[in-house]
Design a protein around this ligand. Structure first.
Ligand code: PRT
Ligand code: ZN
Length: 214
């Protein structure tokens, strides 16, 4: 493997894609991102860009297949992969929250004791419940979490919330925020000295872009 280039993994298509590409371009890194490409070389910086599903990015970075990745903190934390979070990027802000049916009586987290909660974030949810001495039945499902209470699959949900309109339109109310997230840059723990130097250059450019915007 070439230790003299940085391989940067970004989301191929989704909520992080546009801002991730924009950030890299604003850092002055040029590349051709023709439709359907899964990998492209930068033309003026020793870097390659990989286009992946966001859930796969922490694992690729842990394995060193990618040296850097841009991903939601929620996905990185849930993955429990051994990577360094090197910078917060300020976009794709959201929160991981617990919601219950609008008509349910809810006084506090203790009301979740013995209840069933549907989520795609079982680890973050489990940590949160444990820290509040609550034991609940966690149902891991892979999507359309918000529908679970209305079809009797679970008493509550734990999912990503941004505007809150998805919870609302599924008859749910937000009762606890368990994690606040934004896009972050993660890095492999096994960078070569050249890659560490390239990462430092990139972080310097990212911070300059962020300062210019504020
Ligand atoms: O295909 P791939 O696996 O790469 O993408 P994905 O579908 O898993 O992820 P994607 O593109 O939906 O989200 C990528 C990241 O964006 C997430 O991991 C979060 O860090 C961040 N993000 C920011 C969000 C939202 N806002 C968001 N609103 N991720 C998901 N949502 C969903 C949420 O799951 C819920 O269904 O939007 C709905 C809630 O939105 P509101 O506005 O109605 O509250
Ligand atoms: Zn995903």
């Amino acid at each position: 493997m070439n230790d003299n280039i940085l391989r940067i993994a970004i989301q191929k298509s989704g909520r992080l894609s546009e801002d991730s590409l924009k950030l890299i371009k604003e850092c002055g890194i040029r590349f051709d991102n023709g439709a359907g490409k899964l990998k492209t070389d930068a033309t003026n910086f020793p870097a390659e860009i990989l286009f992946l599903r966001d859930d796969d990015i922490p694992g690729y970075v842990e394995d060193g297949v990618a040296h850097l990745g841009i991903v939601g903190e929620n996905v990185s934390e849930e993955s429990c992969k051994d990577v360094d979070t090197v910078h917060k990027l300020g976009f794709s802000k959201c929160r991981l929250s617990i919601g219950v049916l609008r008509e349910a009586v809810y006084h506090g987290v203790q009301d979740l004791q013995g209840k069933s909660i549907a989520t795609t974030y079982p680890r973050l949810l489990e940590q949160y419940l444990k820290s509040h001495d609550v034991t609940a039945d966690i149902h891991e499902i892979s999507g359309s979490v918000e529908i679970a209470p209305s079809i009797g699959l679970a008493d509550a949900v734990c999912d990503i919330v941004s505007s809150g309109s998805t919870l609302l339109s599924n008859g749910l109310k937000e009762v606890e925020t368990i994690f606040r997230s934004e896009a972050v840059m993660i890095a492999s723990k096994h960078l070569s000295p050249v890659q560490q130097d390239l990462l430092d250059q990139l972080l310097f450019r990212i911070k300059s872009v962020q300062v210019a915007k504020n």
